[in-house]
Design a binder for this molecule. Structure first.
Ligand code: M6R
Length: 600
């Protein structure tokens, strides 16, 4: 959600912090701010809006070699300058940035801060005011910081400056991601390595309830009660070009165009030395020991999970349930005797999914995380991890992570089926390569999608996407893409279900996108199209080669029936992208959203 950066060293901190925030902005972009420390004390600059607004507000003449910064996605308090981070204590001695949610902030305020005038509506301010309160009571800063942390309930990644000790950044983490980066004569802190890749690729991961005292030449990690921890750094395997737009106007377009390469890379990464598809044997054993798989995910990853269920059941004969993570943890269904939990998450940081992981671990059940983010919380905390290898996904709208999830799920189901001695009718490696080519062909014809977006969505108030079988799942994902970046009310439906109520919404000219890639139900879905056309809908049929009819809007290159989602989603991603452009929307940073949703 929000992003944190911090620098302590010999160079001027301002540019490093602001550049870092620019890299993290996709995680939250309601407001941004920095606090700079020098011999005079702390200077805080914060602005509502984008990091660009912060950049214009910074006084570039201030010299400082220590600083912290934040880009915000509002949880407590509206997005404005007052609620922006860093938050300051009443005397301005302390400045603090925070990601996460402090669940007991009102209670802490009542118990300890009834005599303190709060400036903001945030839960975060309570933390910095508590530190000040305890130092005023005689505690040293580090003790006051630790004491404050011991009172907090909820999630936090925190970086704090003290005007009386500007050669230290006080850092803490619980349930929200945070890393420390190591340099020569400097150290940094960041909620994501990509923010500080500009200065270092050496990082140390932090675990929950750890505290770091960060200095220019020293990193001291300890538990909340002061036990020192030694941890070996790792090299962040990120390339600057992966996190830059290059010549693309938007990250979303870049990421859509990368998808054929991503599918090819996945084939390579999941191949053994004989060229056979393979997965980690521990994961295979876990799948084979389970009597039922429970796929847990949110948003786009949930949509990929629905396709995963189809693969596990149809290819490998393994029963699967797919659940929305925010529901599952608080309304757990009856579980089978030997469940295996599979978490699908691009970021590996989604709090809704993590709360399920924590609960099922407490019940002693095994887990696998399928993620694009090695080292992420869900990857570290699950028993096993399978990587998506899609490269960093920056646009808020997920595209290449979705195709990667579908491809990896197909591989896992396929390998499990072979291991179980099932008769497998698909040559998956070959068919994935064909699907990669189809994706490329579709991306190359993006001018057609632009035309479709113009014709159907440039001025529409709403839109429907329908499909049957696998196409239904893709219509859910397509509708999410349309909604989140173009703000058109779009709904994905099972074609046959529309007439049970929703068809009442069809009016003269309502756009209805129909996906026709499944031979077994192609006549049925075409029948459903006729039903909406009879009520005035403006249909756009996207069919697959071999199933096309005259008048279809677009014909997808032929891919195997099981892999049609990999092809069918591409036009919907591109149509959404162009619709958002026509409507003047901020494609990469749609309103109210953030890339990685680290609060429940
Ligand atoms: O990082 P995750 O895959 O766990 O994220 C889950 C959803 O928040 C995410 O897929 C979201 O729906 C996308 N922004 C949609 O494009």
């Amino acid at each position: 959600m929000c992003g944190i950066v911090g620098y302590i060293g010999e160079l001027d901190a301002k540019e490093i912090l602001v550049k870092g925030l620019e890299k993290l902005e996709y995680r939250g972009y309601d407001s941004a701010g920095i606090a700079l420390g020098n011999e005079v004390g702390l200077t805080v600059v914060k602005e509502k809006g984008r990091v660009a607004d912060l950049r214009s507000a910074v006084d570039w003449t201030i010299h400082s070699t220590t600083g912290i910064g934040h880009t915000r996605w509002a949880t407590h308090g509206v997005p404005n300058q007052t609620n922006a981070h860093p938050h300051q204590s009443t005397s301005n001695r302390f400045s603090l940035v925070h990601n996460g949610v402090i669940e007991n902030y009102q209670q802490l305020q009542k118990e300890h801060l009834h005599d303190v005038q709060m400036n903001s509506d945030t839960d975060t301010e309570v933390i910095v005011q508590l530190v000040e309160k305890f130092t005023k009571g005689g505690m040293k800063t580090e003790i006051a910081f630790r004491h404050t942390l011991s009172l907090l309930q909820g999630s936090y990644a925190i970086a704090m400056l003290d005007a009386d000790e500007t050669d230290v950044i006080f850092i803490a983490k619980n349930k929200s991601p945070l890393l420390v980066g190591i340099g020569e004569h400097f150290n940094v802190v960041a909620s994501d390595a990509m923010a500080m890749l500009q200065v270092t690729d050496q990082y140390v991961e932090l675990h929950d309830k750890e505290v770091v005292i960060l200095r220019k030449e020293a990193i001291e990690i300890s538990t909340l009660d002061g036990v020192i921890i030694e941890r070996t750094p790792y090299t962040a395997e990120l390339d600057m070009s992966d996190i830059e737009k290059g010549t693309y106007p938007h990250f979303m377009l870049k990421e859509i165009e990368e998808q054929s390469g991503v599918v090819r890379k996945i084939i390579q990464k999941y191949e053994d030395e004989h060229g056979e598809l393979t997965i980690d044997t521990d994961v295979l054993t876990a799948i084979n020991e389970a009597d039922r798989l429970y796929i847990i995910a949110a948003g786009t990853s949930y949509h990929a999970g629905l396709i995963g269920k189809h693969y596990f059941e149809k290819i490998a004969g393994i029963p699967v349930e797919v659940h929305i993570s925010s529901e599952f943890g608080y309304n757990m269904p009856l579980l089978s005797d030997k469940p295996l939990f599979i978490f699908i998450t691009q970021s590996g940081e989604t709090a809704d999914s993590r709360q399920v992981l924590v609960k099922i671990k407490a019940l002693g059940y095994p887990s696998v995380t399928i993620t694009n983010s090695p080292g992420s919380t869900l990857s570290r905390e699950a028993d096993h991890t399978l990587l998506l290898h899609a490269g960093p996904e920056i646009a808020v709208a997920s595209t290449k992570a979705y195709t990667a999830q579908v491809a990896v799920l197909a591989i896992v189901a396929y390998v499990a089926a072979k291991e179980r001695g099932e008769t497998v009718v698909i040559d998956l490696k070959r068919e994935l390569a064909i699907a990669a080519n189809a994706i490329q062909t579709l991306v190359d014809s993006k001018a057609e999608m632009k035309q479709i977006a113009h014709e159907f969505l440039a001025v529409s108030r709403n839109a429907f996407l329908i499909g049957r079988n696998l196409d239904y799942y893709v219509s859910l994902e397509g509708a999410l893409k349309v909604k989140e970046i173009s703000y058109i009310q779009a709904e994905g439906f099972a074609g046959g279900e529309l007439k049970h109520g929703t068809i009442a919404l069809i009016e003269e000219g309502t756009p209805v996108f129909a996906l026709v890639t499944q031979k077994t139900v192609s006549l049925n879905i075409r029948g459903n199209v006729k039903e909406v056309v009879a009520r005035g809908a403006n249909p756009c049929i996207i069919s697959m080669e071999g199933l096309e009819e005259e008048g279809d809007c677009l014909v997808l290159p032929k891919v195997h029936a099981l892999l049609t989602p990999l092809a069918a989603v591409i036009p919907m991603q591109l149509i959404s992208y162009y619709a958002a452009l026509y409507r003047g929307c901020d494609v990469d940073k749609p309103r109210n959203l953030a890339k990685s949703v680290t609060v429940e």
